[in-house]
Design a protein around this ligand. Sequence first.
Ligand code: ATP
Length: 240
Amino acid sequence: SENSDTLVVEGLSGGYDRFDVIHDIAFRVGRGEAVALLGPNGAGKTTIMRALTGLLARRRGRVEIDGVDVGSLPPHRIARGHAAMVPEGRRLFVGQSVEDNLRLGGLRHRRDRERTEQLLESVFELFPVVERYRRREATALSGGEQQMVAIGRMMMSDPSLMLLDEPSLGLAPLAIADLSAALRRLRERDHSILLVEQRVDLALEVCDRVYVVYGGRIVDEGRADDIGAEGRALIDAYLG
Ligand code: ATP
């Protein structure tokens, strides 16, 4: 039922200037579920993410997170506990330590020291490498390690919905394997996750369900464990 859904999107359209680039988008993320949006470059995946976080100025339709209609809230209000994003390219704070990057992500709890320390501990527990390098400058770490810091920073705002935009982008194959393991550990903690990916294998390893986005529309959906070789071929065909 809708009551157990973390995210419900209905009739979402919007875009830039006068042109819509996403059209009548409808999908859902259940509580504790990991869901992927798959699709080729320019399909509209990032635009959907921007609409969910309030960053897309021109949007219509319904976006409900944990039963709250966030469709008309500004980005800073949505970031306060509703949805937090790991942006494409990570965008860590330059010249700041790993730990400072994490603490900056947790600003909404700055008056709740105990909660901040709890969240920091849970990041360190999930990503031991982040704890090991907590005093190092974040942008001096490897790409894969920086991605863990970016995920940790997102966790620090304790959002209902976790959004990840192309986390595998630019990572070496070994780092992608680490990322896959990290995302599976995140899912096992019953967080609600929406992942945008171009790597079908990574998405199918991590997620319960996938939606295929093409030409600004959702054109297909399925359970990750139902998608056999044939389904993969079909998705690969969409992805070009
Ligand atoms: P990618 O993997 O390349 O990020 P995507 O599926 O996330 O692809 P979007 O970035 O959402 O796709 O882009 C969807 C469409 O919107 C594209 O045609 C793109 O050119 C257009 N677009 C994206 N950002 C802007 C912008 N700031 N102004 C105008 N058009 C934009």
